[in-house]
Design a protein around this ligand. Structure first.
Ligand code: PMV
Length: 333
């Protein structure tokens, strides 16, 4: 056993995971596709030992370290306990984790957090896993999309077959340097969402979800071709369609979930104006109001500058394509 620290990225889905076919095994209703972000990161240090009790401390964006409590603590300990049981040991755990971006606001903070945690737990126990095995373990952490933060660059998460847990894993579709894309993340809201994605997935059961699933295979193919051919217009069309279809399902769920707000649409309408002027960028939103704009890196600075001026915009963070989860030597304690 050793002290282990892992840095892991958030990822932005071009084709999104929404709805599960198996809640316990976190098996999705559709395959998804994402790009890792190079700047939105979680760092997590884990150590097992003869401590008096389990201790989990978290430092959220712009805050100081605090003890994790309640349901969030239960969620982390549930992952730790599963691993303790699997490998039959009773050591207590000490976990420190920090985020360099706001959590729970549609910037995939759970993806970076749970991928960093899962990899750090295995590193600390010195249990070697293949990348594929680690993506499966990460998926089982509860945040399915976290499995896409393990491999590098552009990543596919296969939905797999039936209830076969081993058939649903993530792999790198193209490396970091394949295409110099950027995600210009326009932050309009840093408050925590009212309905978490775990619950959102459970509510994704209606005729709009049926329609979404019919079209998603075609969209995934379009995204894969567009990434292979580095065709931004083709990519952007599928990315926007997919985001809208997710939010249509969310808004027609029972009870409905409204992640988007007026400022989201102000940003989108400014983007359309810029696009008419030849500045190519395409929007997507996760389970939150913030807008991710996918563009060529060469256009990112201009888009950032223009979108910062839209009333209601709090900040704009520009991400390039990032590596997946990796172990580092600078421990947090
Ligand atoms: O992995 P979860 O349960 O946090 O769900 C993430 C869902 C979305 O971010 C909205 C879509 C996605 O594929 O990242």
């Amino acid at each position: 056993m050793k002290k282990a620290t892992v840095v892991s990225p958030a990822n932005i889905a071009f084709i999104k995971y929404w709805g599960r076919r198996n809640d316990k095994l976190i098996l999705p209703q559709n395959s998804s596709f994402s790009m890792n972000l190079d700047k939105c990161l979680t760092t997590t240090t884990v150590e097992f030992g003869d401590f008096d009790k389990d201790e989990v401390l978290v430092k959220y964006f712009n805050q100081t370290y605090q003890n994790l409590e309640g349901m969030e603590l239960d969620r982390v300990l549930c992952i730790v306990n599963r691993i303790r049981q699997k490998y039959d040991h009773n050591f207590k755990v000490k976990i420190y984790s920090e985020n360099n971006f706001p959590a729970g606001a549609g910037i995939a903070s759970s993806a970076s957090a749970f991928s960093a945690l899962t990899k750090a737990l295995y590193e600390a126990l010195e249990i070697p896993l293949t990348e594929k095995e680690l993506t499966i373990e990460t998926r089982l952490s509860g945040s399915g999309s976290a499995c896409r933060s393990i491999p590098d660059g552009f990543v596919v998460w296969e939905k797999g077959k039936g209830d076969d847990s081993l058939s649903s894993y993530a792999y790198s579709f193209a490396p970091v340097d394949h295409w110099d894309l950027a995600d210009v993340l326009v932050i309009v809201d840093t408050s925590r969402k009212l309905v978490g994605s775990f619950e959102g997935h459970q509510r994704a059961e209606n005729e709009y979800q049926t329609a979404r699933l019919v079209n998603i295979k075609k969209r995934l193919k379009q995204v894969q071709e567009a990434v292979r051919q580095k065709d931004l217009e083709k990519l952007g069309q599928a990315v926007e369609e997919d985001a809208i279809s997710l939010h249509a399902v969310a808004m027609t769920s029972t009870p409905p979930i409204y992640y988007l707000n007026g400022r989201t649409f102000d940003v989108i309408s400014s983007l359309f104006t810029l696009r008419k002027k030849g500045l190519l960028g395409y929007f997507t939103m996760d389970a939150g109001a913030n807008v991710h704009i996918i563009c060529e890196r060469a256009d990112a600075a201009k888009l950032t500058h223009k979108l910062k001026q839209v009333p209601g915009v709090l900040d704009v963070v520009c991400n390039r394509v990032g590596k997946g989860a990796r172990a580092v030597n600078n421990h947090l304690f």
